[in-house]
Ligand binder design. Structure first.
Ligand code: S3P
Length: 181
């Protein structure tokens, strides 16, 4: 399966809430499939020459969302990448449309409680720098999950190790014939 995935021209686009493991799983998946890994936030930072918190602070969220959309369009025009999207990216239909063009969208579904714990002390995500963080995460998660589910071709609950999650992703894509091979 690994060899077959390596030849695919599709992007594997990982989607899900902040802290669900998109980058960790994405890096492993990239090793397993020999597809190149791209972290969308890192891509945006490089293009903008600024860190995400600075983009939010200096230019506002709307500006970040536009950069994010440009990144979605650019990345979706190239094939064969494992893309870890930012947690808000696939809540916008314009980004879903772009990524659907040449890719399969995989939702990593991590329980809310786990996300809350992982994000408890985060200092890098602008949206979370607020006193009611726990409640905010719960409400945003509730709002976003239906959007993620609507965007996703497959949904993988993130139980077990990153390796186990990667194997489930590859199996699910193969079962759905979403491999281009
Ligand atoms: C965001 C998630 C972040 C980053 C930005 C906004 C969001 O990415 O894109 O802070 O709206 O959920 P991660 O999901 O990688 O944390």
């Amino acid at each position: 399966m690994t060899g077959a995935m390596a030849q695919t021209k599709l992007n594997i686009v990982l989607c899900g809430f902040m802290g669900c493991g998109k980058s960790t799983v994405g890096k492993k998946l990239s090793q397993m499939t020999q597809m190149e890994f791209v972290d969308m936030d890192g891509y945006i930072e490089k293009r903008a020459g600024m860190k995400i918190p600075d983009i939010f602070e200096k230019h506002g969220e709307g500006f970040f969302r536009d950069l994010e959309h440009e990144a979605a369009v650019e990345l979706s025009q190239r094939g064969g990448y494992v893309v870890a999207t930012g947690g808000g990216a696939l809540t916008f239909q314009r980004n879903v449309d772009a990524f659907k063009e040449g890719g399969v969208i995989v939702l990593l579904d991590t329980p809310l409680r786990v996300l809350q714990l992982r994000l408890k002390n985060d200092r890098n995500r602008p949206l979370l720098q607020r006193p009611d963080r726990f409640r905010f995460i719960r409400e945003l998660h509730q709002k976003r999950m239906p959007l993620y589910r609507r965007a996703a071709d497959v949904v993988i609950p993130t139980k077990g190790s990153p390796n186990a999650v990667c194997r489930q992703v590859l199996q699910a894509l193969e079962e759905k014939n979403l491999t281009n091979s």
